[in-house]
Design a protein around this ligand. Structure first.
Ligand code: BGP
Length: 490
């Protein structure tokens, strides 16, 4: 086995899906607090209230609220992110379980609205700061290295609703303030930081919904640019002020293959990979827009000067390491009569006849992990972390408190083997933090039944359950994998 001695085995979570305590400790609301639960075939809705007290909802995938409406939780709907799986109250118990599995690293995010409830306050919320200090201190007690995502899908609602979110360049300053606060506060406890989770998701609309309006796609490029600038500014700041920090990017692993050897498919897939994957990676790791960016700007009638004006700051704020999420791969083709992958309306490409698919229509492709690791390493030559990976599946809690999840063990084994081979290939891979190491709320569907964890949490899609924790078979398997540094995969 080729895993280095100091390899970071661990797990990954995000505050909005895991933490709960949504209206406790002075926390302000985020958009996920007004987003309902759903299923793989129905979209999550965002709810609102009109000045006359009437209420309504619109799809979280590209819907729009009516004039005069205010986003709000309304009666008769269930909001799974309000509770998540209650890390807020149970972090000690959970961290003890992670330590029992042998975690060396734990990926989590800080809820921005727990520190600055609207994002605009002059002073941070001390109670919020204390919460994360307690969590990091608890992790350190077990020698678990925190890996902190600064922004993981939970901008304060006020910024989203009243300030126009990332299309407003003022938000860059608010983000900087937030980062300066947490850097100073946790400088002795946290070393590894990721600025934005899946930053390329700003463009993913175009991938999910073929019919997305060009103005929305155009807005995606502008939002993304402002996030790049925000990231670069705080990376530069951190490098100057806290030389011990390691700053990383986090890109959604939209890895795809041409569906056929038709050269048109090869080109189409290359373009897709450039647009959705390397566009973000190049800016964040190389510190400059790639040449193919000009083509996209032209396509959407965007003025290159808007992007080029910040060239210096992008150059000065490039990251130290690359991280990505990797669940599955898809295929790309110009032959559009081929069957689509995904579940419900969340398709990202075409079905690969050589792969098997999960209950949510996601392909299972360990070789794609090895392939992508090699591609990324060749391109960027900076250390890489796989910070999300896993199988969303329905698990059954048995009467005796056990959960038998051989499908998850098979999935993970395949991916650990793939990483082992990539290390042999010469890739500088330094960490593996599988997603939802403990069950939490699904981002795309809001479901609890789509479980990734090695720890089962008793909670269902209607918010019923004790929130008690149970060790799945995969818990014991992963513990063995970590103890043997990737050698014992049986
Ligand atoms: C990634 C997100 C996570 C996570 C994961 C699994 O895109 O960064 O927040 O949720 O996907 O997706 P889902 O929860 O939709 O199954």
């Amino acid at each position: 086995m080729s895993f280095p001695k100091n390899f970071f085995w661990g797990g990954a979570t995000a505050a909005n899906q895991y933490e709960g305590g949504w209206n406790e400790g002075g926390r302000g609301p985020a958009k996920t607090d007004v987003t309902t639960g759903a299923t793989k075939d129905t979209p999550r809705f965002i709810t609102y209230m009109m000045p006359d007290g009437t209420t309504g909802k619109f799809s979280s995938f590209g819907g729009k609220k009516p004039e005069g409406a205010r986003l709000a939780p309304v009666e008769g709907f269930y909001y799974p992110n309000h509770i998540g799986t209650d890390f807020y109250h149970r972090y000690k118990e959970d961290i003890a379980l992670f330590a029992e599995m042998g975690f060396k690293m734990f990926r989590m995010s800080i809820s921005w609205s727990r520190i600055y409830p609207t994002g605009t306050e002059a002073e941070p919320n001390r109670e919020g700061l204390k919460f994360y200090r307690d969590v990091f201190t608890e992790l350190r007690k077990y020698n678990i290295e925190p890996l902190v995502t600064i922004s993981h899908y939970d901008t304060p609602l006020y910024i989203e609703e009243d300030l126009g979110n990332w299309k407003n360049p003022e938000v860059i300053g608010l983000f900087e303030k937030f980062c300066h606060t947490i850097f100073e506060e946790y400088k002795d406890l946290v070393k590894y930081w990721l600025t934005f989770n899946e930053i390329n998701s700003a463009l993913m609309m175009g991938l999910f919904f073929q019919g997305t309006a060009p103005e929305m796609l155009k807005a995606g490029y502008i939002n993304l640019h402002n996030q790049f600038v925000a990231s670069a500014k705080v990376v530069k700041y951190a490098h100057e002020k806290y030389p011990q920090f390691k700053m990383g990017c986090m890109i959604a692993g939209l890895i795809s293959y041409p569906l056929t050897p038709d050269p048109k498919d090869i080109l189409a897939n290359q373009e897709r990979t450039q647009d959705y994957f390397y566009y973000a990676g190049d800016v964040m790791v190389r510190g400059a827009y790639p040449n193919f960016a000009k083509k996209s700007w032209k396509k959407y009638g965007l003025d290159p000067a808007f992007f080029e004006k910040d060239a210096q700051i992008l150059k000065e704020g490039h990251v130290d390491f690359f991280t990505y999420s990797y669940y599955s791969t898809s295929c790309h083709t110009t032959h559009t009569d081929a069957p689509k992958d995904g579940g419900g309306n969340l398709s990202i490409g075409y079905v690969n006849p050589y792969l098997h698919y999960s209950e949510w229509g996601w392909s299972m492709d360990p070789d794609g992990l090895r392939y992508s690791l090699n591609e990324i390493w060749d391109r960027y030559q900076v250390p890489i972390m796989v910070v999300e990976n896993g199988l969303g599946a329905i698990d059954k809690l048995e009467e005796d408190g056990t959960v038998h999840d051989p499908y998850r063990i098979d999935y993970m084994r395949g991916h650990v083997e793939a990483m082992d081979k990539a290390l042999e290939d010469g890739v500088d891979l330094i960490a593996y933090t599988p997603w939802g190491c403990i069950d939490l709320v699904s981002a795309s569907t809001g479901e609890m039944r789509k479980r990734y964890g090695m720890i089962y949490v008793d909670m269902d899609d209607e918010g019923k359950g004790t929130l008690d924790r149970f060790k799945k078979d995969s818990f014991y398997w992963y513990k063995k994998v970590i103890a043997s540094n990737g050698e014992d995969l049986d």
